[in-house]
Design a protein around this ligand. Structure first.
Ligand code: CP
Ligand code: NVA
Length: 319
């Protein structure tokens, strides 16, 4: 069985927790595990991973469960109905229970502060499986997909078009760490969080990344890939959703926008896609679309992450 280098971080709460060499290592391991799954066989033998979901999921839940199975481990899923995090007991007390049985926690939560509280209390790794501010597993899978398609970190550029929130932030962190180009295109008032943007720009100055933020959809021109996300994220579906959608009228990824990007531009989406809103059927179903490769790569990227984070094998916190 392959050995995986330990990471310098106990947890993965955001891509910015990783050093550049660790991102490269994870991407290389993800590609290796995809090419030869036997490299991960038994990597999680005898280990259990607890998965907490405060929000719905199709890809994250399935890709982690199948991935953990393929690594020889056990996944335990707790959803918000059966075991709401921080309601029956404190978040820290939840963490202090899990670490007695499980070797890692995967958590999809409303607020970033929840994964921070789990990580602070637990002596086992905590993986952020999406919160309001970050989606690091998605960004790892997306860069695996970009590299598979020939993305050149020195010369190519990714264009984001949509809300400047969780997935966008994680892609910005990846781009700024890897030193590549990214153009973030959002409606006015939906730009990325100013603090995350400032951190990425400061990092970009060191790595040579080109990071632009604009409200102009024409900025897709020349991008290697155009990336869309839901106009209304999970948890925002209530009051104000219709008004929010109206602000995206100029930002739909349709045939004309893809033509403006260029004849070779790929289409990316974290999914779930809202056909007829942020993307049209003809783009989703076109040869330019790599969305299901991204979905597949969630499993390979997460398995790489689990293999590296769980090195050396963390002892259970039994006293
Ligand atoms: N992209 C993604 O995280 O999908 P799910 O919400 O289905 O997990
Ligand atoms: N921005 C979206 C991403 C879904 C994977 C959301 O938070 O719902």
């Amino acid at each position: 069985m392959t050995t995986f280098e330990p990471l310098g971080t106990k947890d993965l709460l955001r891509i910015g927790d990783l050093a550049a060499h660790e991102v490269h290592q994870l991407l290389a391991s993800a590609a290796a595990l995809k090419a030869d799954p036997s490299q991960g066989a038994g990597a999680l033998a005898g280990r259990s991973v607890c998965m907490l979901f405060e929000k719905p999921s199709l890809r994250t839940r399935t890709s982690f469960e199948v991935g953990i199975f393929r690594l020889g481990g056990q996944a335990i899923v707790l959803d918000h109905q059966s075991s709401p995090i921080g309601e029956r007991e404190s978040i820290a007390d939840c963490a202090r229970n899990f670490e007695r049985w499980c070797h890692a926690i995967v958590a999809r939560v409303m607020r970033h502060s929840t994964v921070e509280a789990l990580a602070a209390a637990a002596r086992i790794p905590v993986i952020n499986a999406l919160c309001d501010r970050h989606h690091p597993c998605q960004a790892l899978a997306d860069f695996q997909t970009l590299l598979e398609r020939g993305f050149d970190l020195r010369h190519d550029r990714l264009a984001w078009i949509g809300d400047g929130n969780n997935v966008c932030h994680s892609l910005m962190e990846m781009a700024s760490i890897l030193g590549c180009g990214m153009t973030v295109i959002t409606p006015e008032g939906l730009e990325p969080d100013p603090a995350i943007r400032a951190q990425c720009i400061a990092r970009a100055m060191r790595t040579g990344a080109r990071l632009d933020v604009t409200n102009d959809p024409a900025a897709v021109r020349g991008a290697f890939a155009v990336y869309a996300d839901a106009w209304v994220s999970m948890g925002q579906e209530g009051a104000g959703a219709a008004e929010k959608k109206a602000r995206f009228a100029r930002y739909q990824v349709n045939r004309a926008l893809m033509a403006a990007a260029g004849p070779d531009a790929r289409f990316m989406h974290c999914l779930p896609a809202h056909r007829g809103e942020e993307v049209t059927d003809d783009v989703m179903d076109s040869p330019a679309s790599v969305v299901f490769d991204q979905a597949e790569n969630r499993m390979h990227a997460q398995n790489a992450l689990l293999c590296h984070l769980l090195q050396p094998a963390p002892a259970l916190a039994t006293r």
